[in-house]
Design a protein around this ligand. Structure first.
Ligand code: BGC
Length: 736
């Protein structure tokens, strides 16, 4: 897709998706821009800085003043200009549902599984449905901006926000986030894509300076954003907390002006992350709106910006452009003529089904020795151990935390300290008990539950039972990375002891991302359920008992140890001071993260380059049936092959096509993928086309593919590749 078509495509699709819009047809691109221009012309000087900044409409104390009467408790509020018919922007988090804002909102919302769980479905149509569902709830609650679309590449599995992101691959991430954004915006509201860019860790998130070359960035993290923007056309891009090559991401001429607006032709607006604006110059460097202004050191995009615009034509031109961009996004989805009205009806039962379907398709079966799974409904005794499985399923914390209709089943505070953000950080379990869902399916079994706190007690129960199912949890949160990839709270010892007592031990993981499994050889089965959302317990049980044939595939490599990572020690992890939400920590201490170590070889590409074997590779996942893929034929950048269900159950396969080498040099890249549903014995021909950017290098001005032999192979995963085939492609260079 070319830059020229991007800007047009952006607005066309912004305009084309007001599914929640009842009256009138889509607004044309020309009409949205013309309205924006006309409105800017009518704005009085003192009105020019109304849309350029907003507050958190919460009682945080400080100098923000009273909260306006029409604000809804949520993440953000930007006042409108009633005289000109411009609505206020009412913003809520996030990608997994309408968040509960630290306990302020008690009205319930449907929690999707974590984004990494969504991505494990490799199913963009399903991810679209999830986005449409959470967007409809945002709209029903009166919000017109959803702070969704987290798409930072998973460069480090210890990142506390891994659960909020899609994958380690730019193609998979870009396609899926695009689908999620389209779904959200189908409700006639704006979605963001975030956090632009290279926000790869939470440790020192406001200080860390990410060093990376232009080429490496364009071929990895930026490519994920580029594809996501092309396919999702979000009204807004949220810039990130971190610095990139010395400059704050929200005050970064290279990222915002050069890459996003100039090279990609983006016409929407850039909003800051909350508390990420260093000064008024950010306007010149491409930032359009200051969000959550109480969290910054000053309000820069109000009077300060207004005064600059009076004396400096560069600021005056930017101020007009900032308003034009915000208004174009508003007009494009008709926020003005078709505003959300609070108090809309929400069908929680129907929405929970969407969440459950996402969980079912995102659960990954990692091990299944001797076909211990699926469990027979006739099992006579089952020991269920740990993970609050009697209450619910774990969720990730921070600004994306969602509360279900009756709040969480269990909430464990993580800090004894009081403070405005303390309620953001609690271990919360959604009300969907795996124990109950198991009991409902194994009606003839004696089912015992042990919380797992006493190993001997859990072992005794496991010994007495036919099967032991351990629920192991790793809680993660925005603002805090995990120090290593082990399961916390002694769970490794619990699992090892239970597995020693019962060879039919099944481990169900509810984790933010990858964990190490020192007990892997001892257990019979491992199921990665991630944070499985509002109906996670049901989804897990349906996989355990075979109603759902597992079809999830890992969207992130599971390393065997931290030593395999590009940065075995996480930068900043040796800080003496606590670093909660990346706020506390010596302001003046230099913290850099050198992403040029791996460059664009993130995740499986790094493992391939290093010749290292992870614990489980990217793309990996088992099924209760078996699939055979073959007959790969390539013609230019189109590929065709067949997939056959060679087993005895219906199931879904995620066909994966990888570049293996290019012009004689090894180069592992996910080139294309397709999810296929097949009855036993059925076969399907699959056609995919390859985005050439995935095969290319960034040359400083555009993309280059060297001429030569390109070797491709179908993969069960990024490591287990089938028969390679080679095609000769001519040298080619093109502008973005
Ligand atoms: C997060 C964003 C979020 C914002 C508003 C920030 O701390 O990084 O993802 O949208 O808060 O809650």
């Amino acid at each position: 897709m070319k830059a020229l078509s991007l800007s047009t495509a952006l607005l066309t699709a912004l305009l084309a998706h007001p599914a929640g819009a009842e009256e009138g047809g889509p607004v044309s691109l020309a009409a949205a821009q013309a309205s924006a221009d006309a409105t800017v012309k009518q704005m009085k000087p003192e009105e020019m800085t109304i849309l350029t900044h907003g507050i958190m409409p919460l009682a945080l104390g400080g100098a923000a003043g009273p909260i306006p009467a029409d604000a809804i408790p949520g993440a953000g509020y930007v006042p409108g200009i009633p005289r000109l018919g411009i609505p206020a922007l009412k913003e809520t988090d996030a990608s997994l549902g309408v968040s509960y804002v630290g306990g302020v909102r008690k009205d319930g919302a449907t929690a999707l599984p974590s984004a990494v769980a969504q991505a494990a479905s490799w199913n963009s149509a399903l991810v679209y449905r999830g986005g449409a569902m959470i967007g409809s709830e945002a709209r029903a609650k009166g919000f017109n901006v959803l702070l969704a679309g987290g798409v930072n590449l998973m460069r480090d599995p210890r990142n506390g926000r891994t659960f909020e992101y899609f994958s380690e691959d730019p193609l998979l991430s870009g396609v899926l986030v695009g689908a999620a954004i389209r779904g959200v915006q189908s409700n006639g509201i704006i979605s963001t894509i975030k956090h632009f860019a290279l926000n790869g860790q939470e440790t020192g998130r406001k200080h860390v300076d990410v060093r990376i070359s232009d080429a490496a960035a364009r071929e990895s993290d930026l490519l994920a954003f580029q594809i996501g923007i092309e396919q999702g056309q979000p009204g807004s891009v949220m810039c990130a907390y971190n610095r990139v090559n010395g400059h704050h991401a929200c005050d970064n001429d290279y990222l915002l002006n050069k890459v996003l607006k100039q090279d990609w032709g983006y016409k929407g607006f850039v909003m800051s992350d909350w508390g990420a604006v260093p000064g008024v110059e950010a306007a010149i460097h491409g930032l359009d709106q200051q969000s959550g202004e109480q969290l910054d050191t000053a309000l820069f995009f109000g009077d300060v910006l207004g005064r600059k615009a009076v004396s400096d034509p560069a600021y005056a031109a930017r101020l007009a452009d900032m308003n034009r961009r915000i208004l174009t996004a508003i007009h494009a989805v008709r926020l003005d003529s078709n505003p959300p009205v609070p108090g809309g009806k929400i069908d929680f039962a129907a929405n929970a089904q969407v969440a459950e379907e996402v969980a079912r398709q995102g659960i990954v079966l990692l091990k299944n020795a001797d076909k211990v799974l699926p469990l027979a409904a006739t099992a006579r005794s089952i020991a269920v151990i740990g993970g609050y499985a009697d209450g619910g399923v774990l969720s990730g914390a921070g600004s994306s935390q969602v509360h279900g209709e009756k709040g969480p089943a269990v909430a464990r505070p993580q800090s004894a300290k009081e403070g405005p953000f303390s309620s953001f950080f609690a271990q919360q379990y959604h009300r969907s008990s795996p124990l109950d869902a198991i009991a409902a399916r194994a009606t003839q079994a004696k089912i015992s539950f042990r919380d797992g706190r006493y190993i001997a007690d859990a072992v005794e129960k496991a010994r007495q039972s036919e099967v032991a199912i351990i629920f192991a949890t790793q809680w993660t949160t925005e603002g805090l990375d995990v120090p290593d990839l082990s399961l916390p709270d002694g769970q490794d010892a619990l699992i090892a002891a239970v597995a020693a007592a019962n060879p039919r031990t099944i481990v169900v993981l509810e984790t933010g991302g990858p964990v190490k499994m020192p007990w892997l050889d001892k257990v019979a089965a491992v199921v990665e359920a991630w944070y499985p959302g509002a109906r996670g317990g049901q989804a897990i049980a349906s996989v355990l008992f075979g109603e759902t044939n597992p079809s999830g595939r890992l969207p992130i490599s599971f390393p065997a140890s931290e030593a395999q990572l590009p940065r075995p020690k996480l930068d900043g992890s040796d800080w003496v001071e606590p670093n909660f939400i990346g706020e506390v920590g010596p302001e003046n201490r230099a913290l850099t993260a050198d992403y040029d170590v791996e460059g664009s070889d993130v995740g499986y590409r790094w493992f391939a380059r290093q010749g290292q074997k992870p614990l489980f590779p990217f793309g990996y996942g088992l099924s209760y049936t078996s699939f055979e893929s073959g007959g790969l034929k390539m013609s230019g950048l189109s590929a065709r092959f067949t997939v056959r269900n060679s087993g005895t159950r219906a199931g879904d396969e995620v066909a994966q096509l990888y570049l293996v080498s290019r012009a004689g040099t090894p180069k592992r890249r996910l080139a294309a993928f397709s999810r296929v549903s097949l009855e036993p014995g059925a076969r399907q021909t699959v056609s995919v086309s390859i985005d050439p950017r995935v095969l290319a290098d960034w040359n400083g001005h555009g993309w280059t593919m060297p001429g030569g032999d390109y070797v491709f192979a179908l993969g069960k995963d990024a490591e287990t590749l089938g028969q390679p085939i080679s095609i000769r492609l001519p040298a080619k260079s093109w502008k973005d």
